[in-house]
Design a protein around this ligand. Structure first.
Ligand code: C5P
Length: 224
């Protein structure tokens, strides 16, 4: 059976990561959360006071950053490591969500992350979720999905996720953050969030996670 690349793009909090993770498990594929990579870069920039307007500083910082994923057997999750340190919890916090879209709009950051993502998917057999996977990272992906959902549904889902991590954030602030990131992600110059022409549109507003996974797995199976 041939191994394919499944690219899942779309807006924040539409269920991309949960769907991608479960699809990867069902297919026996690796899963890469590219949003986590941009979040880890943002954390590094914040901790090291990197001025995002200073190209030299950004370049130097990018050379010092190593992002890896390791599987945690206890919770059966892939966790993000920044220079050998587990940053999985830290990168999901609101102060990172508030800065990540500015950082991810920097061309130098995008070039570095895209190159790493392309290396990770070289052998195929991978599910990658993000904003530009089907358009920029793997324009030749065999299966491309573009996810969207109603804003209210997205915000409630994100609030629930944060609550599970013991972070209380009110719905209004979440909506503001999602709208802000949607705006920056869709209007940036460098590989903006846009649906690839050959991507299937999947609206996750009123279907369950299991249904989303079933739809994607069925499409993937018909490709292999
Ligand atoms: O997926 P997640 O919401 O964690 O992504 C955080 C941010 O990283 C997005 O709002 C977007 O600005 C950026 N991102 C990106 N390209 C990707 C994945 C994420 O620009 N492939």
């Amino acid at each position: 059976m041939r191994k394919i690349i499944i690219a899942i793009d779309g807006y924040s909090a539409c269920g991309k990561s949960s769907t991608a993770k479960m699809v990867a498990a069902r297919m026996g594929y690796a899963y890469i959360d590219t949003g986590a990579m941009y979040r880890a870069v943002t954390l590094y920039f914040k901790e090291n006071h990197v001025q995002i307007t200073n190209e030299k500083e950004v370049e130097k910082a990018l050379n010092e950053i190593q992002i890896t994923f390791r599987h945690n057997d206890k919770n059966n999750q892939n966790e993000t490591y920044l220079n050998g340190l587990n940053v999985e919890n830290e990168i999901r916090k609101m102060y990172i969500s508030e800065q990540v879209s500015e950082v991810s709009a920097l061309p130098q950051v995008r070039h570095a992350m895209v190159a790493q993502q392309q290396r990770m998917g070289k052998k195929r057999g991978i599910v990658m979720d993000g904003r530009d996977i089907g358009t920029m990272v793997f324009p030749d992906a065999e299966l491309k999905i573009f996810m969207e959902a109603d804003m209210q549904v997205r915000a409630v889902r994100r609030q629930q996720e944060l609550l599970e991590k013991k972070q209380m954030v009110n719905l209004e602030d979440i909506v503001k953050n999602l709208e802000h990131r949607d705006h920056l992600d869709t209007t940036r110059k460098e590989s903006p969030l846009v649906r690839a022409q050959d991507a299937y549109l999947l609206d996750s507003s009123y279907i369950t996670l299991e249904e989303q996974v079933e739809i994607v797995v069925n499409m993937a199976v018909s490709e292999i």
